[in-house]
Design a protein around this ligand. Structure first.
Ligand code: HPA
Ligand code: MG
Length: 220
């Protein structure tokens, strides 16, 4: 049986910490698309755990948010699942309460990875009008997030908050972290739940570690 990850969560809730030695769950314990057989090392964060953690973040967001009108800015493509689940959770947590929200969703597209490596070349393609912003899947060096926040600030929103499902333990060169963090993970390349390796694995529900076979099979 797989060990449980060492999960620490302090009262300030800076994210559930997954330690460096967490081996992941055995693939035989879960269902996943047949076409990825052999391409994965383990199930790193099961889909159900992601969904529940997203609900926890949604509760905090609703408690913290004064405004009734929210614009969720979804960072494509890797953030689409997290954004969709977070927006649904915000609606279901807040509906029929005094804190109910209207949530408009906008999309922005960023691309900076080739194979499993970050490239210097970052493109931002986005909507013309923004006011309040949430929803990003991975924060590692923080460089992308800083560039995105600078872009968003030019629209002079009333308030900007960032939610990130995963933050990697790497030197954060930009020195900024999301306001709402799902999990803090080691510096490993992960796929699934909309996160890709050269456009593959977005159709996997769990967050998994890719195997050497998988890297070779889908390498560009
Ligand atoms: N997986 C997929 N895309 C990414 C990652 C990752 O671990 N880090 C940054 N973009
Ligand atoms: Mg990608």
């Amino acid at each position: 049986m797989a060990d449980f990850p060492v999960i620490r969560k302090d009262s300030a809730d800076k994210g559930i910490v997954i330690e460096d030695d967490w081996p992941g769950y055995g693939l035989d314990l879960f269902t996943y698309p047949e076409h990825y057989r052999g391409d994965l090392e383990n199930v790193y964060i099961p889909h159900g755990v992601i969904v529940n953690r997203t609900e926890c973040l949604a509760r905090r967001i609703v408690e913290d948010m004064e405004d009734r009108h929210v614009v969720a800015l979804c960072v494509l493509k890797g953030g689409y699942k997290f954004c969709a689940d977070l927006v649904e959770a915000i609606k279901s947590v807040s509906c029929n309460t005094a804190r109910h929200k209207t949530v408009r969703v906008e999309f922005i597209r960023l691309k900076s990875y080739l194979n499993d490596q970050s490239t210097e070349d970052l493109q931002i393609i986005g909507p013309e009008d923004l006011s309040v912003v949430r929803g990003k899947a991975i924060v590692d060096t923080g460089k992308t997030m800083r560039a995105l926040l600078q872009h968003v600030e030019t629209f002079q929103p009333k308030a900007v908050k960032v939610a990130g499902l995963l933050v990697k333990r790497v030197p954060n060169v930009a020195g900024i972290l999301p306001d709402y963090v799902g999990f803090v993970i080691p510096n490993r390349f992960v796929v699934g739940y909309a996160l890709d390796y050269n456009e593959y694995f977005r159709d996997l529900n769990h967050i998994c570690v890719i195997s050497e076979q998988g890297k070779l099979k889908y390498r560009l």
